[in-house]
Design a protein around this ligand. Structure first.
Ligand code: B12
Ligand code: SF4
Length: 501
């Protein structure tokens, strides 16, 4: 008799700003892990019974996630790891291991692709790590575990062998994305309505995400590309269209967010997809990210017609000198042109900026402020520079020293490092000042007021956020913290040590 093997995939909880700011969940991006959806689809094809726990979206604490898994007694547990979620993932794994010592806990994701060996050495509660793209490796790994084959024969993994940690060579990337099954959206509890992207990032829901390509050939110093590497692989436009249609017809999806790094890298593919959308009866809006050197007025005009609602550009800074230090292979003038062309085509522009990269100083900050003032940008995101493991800058800053002390703060909302000559306090002040200057402009304010009135869903989320904020303030005052949401000194300090979990 065949025994049914089950695997529970977990996206662990993480702090979006810091403890005390949980209410931001109401307005921030609540997209599911697409990686887990891909893995679940793949293992299901091979006869396993997968399920998925999206901890944050289901509002589950570490204990509740562990309890759910323990009650289900799965054969395997698969956890996706971003650097920021590592401590909560380890806590969940520890509880599961204590109750179910024979359940194998497998980890993967960006943190593992960049720092797998160190993670397996440091966290004994994880049994095996899968490096890079997981679909093929996970199947081989499960086969080896099921049939007691030596793990040393599975490519792309890290495992413990007695007191040693071993890494097997070469992870096989998926060369032809069209061969992958569609992500298992049907397994997502509450899909699609529970998974809302950030407020104002879409006109009308429900929303789903698609990665139409994998890989990026650039090496921007702040970016962790260790999961997909530099070789770009695409789904065919036909397959992307089929995925969109599937989501539209089966789940009523009205907006797609393309999350791949270089959606517009190929003009031919973009044109083909747009033409398919225009010829079809599905009327969806969509957003994507692009490098400033990949947009041209003719493609933008076609994209607008085919439903493109917003393009996010990694603009980073208004300083050419800083762009050079980032190895961004872009110039401020090109960014300005791309934003102007996109706005002229009637597509919203989102500028992704970063503050505090090595070399940032009062002059580069002034240049960024001036740049923001002169471009027709609809919405902006400003992240606090974070040296993520896997990014080239991580090794420049820390050498080969493994620093685990700031992992839980690596969410782009804390300065965990600051450049010479500029303090974290000054960076925080400038952070507020840049954002306030943009969002206080009457043009921007009026635009968002109109958007809120037009789509009441945004208003509802704003209200929930407001209520959450007030509750957090009241509880802080009641507990004698004078309204402060985090204890002073919670954020920052480059050499602060993380206590043992
Ligand atoms: C969409 C996206 C998001 C979404 C969805 C997040 C999610 N949980 O998937 C949102 C907006 C919520 C988000 C938030 C954040 N993100 Co983000 N995000 C991305 C983005 C653009 C695409 C991710 C994606 O869907 N890829 C496609 C799927 C198929 O790939 P995947 O999820 O990586 O999964 C594959 C492998 O990693 C592996 N795998 C993954 N998990 C597991 C588990 C097991 C058991 C196995 C075997 C294998 C495996 O197999 C999967 C299939 O091949 C990436 C950039 C990129 N190119 O990947 C950044 C990226 C992953 N994000 C990043 C960061 C820093 C964040 C934030 C911390 C803050 C921020 N600035 O946004 C938060 C933290 C979120 C969290 N849950 O911890 C960094 C991660 C760096 C790091 N070392 O941690 C990346 C790499 C960006 C970058 N280039 O620096 N993000
Ligand atoms: S920032 Fe964009 S272009 Fe640069 S390496 Fe990352 S994904 Fe590629």
């Amino acid at each position: 008799m065949m025994v049914e093997k089950s695997i529970i995939f977990i996206n662990p909880p993480y702090e979006r700003i810091a403890r005390g700011y949980e209410f931001v969940k109401h307005i921030t991006n609540n997209s599911p892990s697409l990686g887990l959806l891909h893995l679940a689809a793949e293992v299901r094809l091979r006869g396993y019974t997968p399920s998925i726990i999206e901890s944050d979206i289901a509002n589950l604490s570490i204990e509740e996630v562990a309890d759910q898994v323990i009650a289900a007694r799965p054969t395997y547990v698969g956890i996706t790891l971003f650097t920021v979620g590592i401590w909560s993932a380890a806590a969940i794994a520890r509880k599961i291991k204590a109750a179910l010592p024979h359940t194998t806990i497998i980890v993967g994701g960006p943190h593992i692709s960049s720092m797998g060996e160190e993670t397996i050495k440091r966290f004994k509660e994880f049994d095996v790590a899968v490096v890079g793209e997981g679909e093929k490796i996970l199947i081989e790994l499960l086969d080896a575990l099921d049939n007691q084959k030596p793990l040393s024969e599975v490519a792309g993994i890290i495992f413990r062998d007695g007191i040693f940690t071993r890494k097997t060579s070469g992870w096989p990337a998926n060369k032809v994305l069209d061969e992958l099954p569609f992500p298992a959206w049907d397994l997502l509890p509450g899909f699609p309505h529970a998974y809302k992207p950030a407020i104002y990032d879409f006109p009308r829901g429900p929303v789903a995400t698609i990665a139409a390509s994998r890989g990026c050939p650039f090496f921007c110093k702040f970016c962790d590309t260790s999961t997909f590497g530099s070789k770009v692989r695409h789904y065919s436009p036909q397959k992307v269209f089929e995925m969109m249609k599937h989501l539209h017809d089966n789940y009523g999806i009205r907006h797609i967010m393309f999350v791949d790094d270089l959606f517009l890298a190929s003009k031919v593919r973009t044109t083909e997809l747009c033409n398919m959308l225009l010829a079809s009866d599905i009327k969806m809006t969509w957003t994507c990210t692009a490098r400033v050197d990949t947009v041209k007025p003719d493609v933008l005009a076609l994209m607008k017609k085919a439903g493109c609602w917003e393009i996010s550009f990694g603009l980073e800074t208004g300083s050419n000198a800083l762009l050079k230090k980032m190895d961004k292979a872009a110039e401020v003038e090109k960014s300005e042109q791309a934003i102007k062309w996109t706005a002229a085509a009637g597509i919203r522009t989102k500028g992704l900026f970063m503050l505090g990269f090595p070399g940032e100083d009062s002059e580069t900050i002034a240049q960024t402020k001036a740049f923001i003032r002169r471009i027709p940008m609809t919405i902006m995101n400003l992240t606090k520079f974070t040296p993520y493991p896997g990014s080239p800058i991580y090794r420049d800053i820390y050498g080969t020293n493994i620093r685990e002390d700031h992992w839980e703060k690596m969410n782009g909302m804390n300065f965990v490092w600051s450049p010479d000559g500029i303090s974290v306090e000054e960076l925080d002040r400038q952070y507020q000042s840049i954002l306030t200057a943009f969002y206080k402009r009457p043009r921007v304010g009026w635009y968002y007021t109109k958007l809120t009135i037009h789509y009441p869903n945004h208003l509802l989320r704003l209200l929930r956020f407001g209520v959450g904020f007030l509750k957090a303030k009241i509880s802080s005052i009641a507990s004698g913290r004078g309204g402060l949401l985090v204890k002073p000194g919670n954020a920052h300090l480059n050499n602060e040590k993380k206590p043992a979990p």
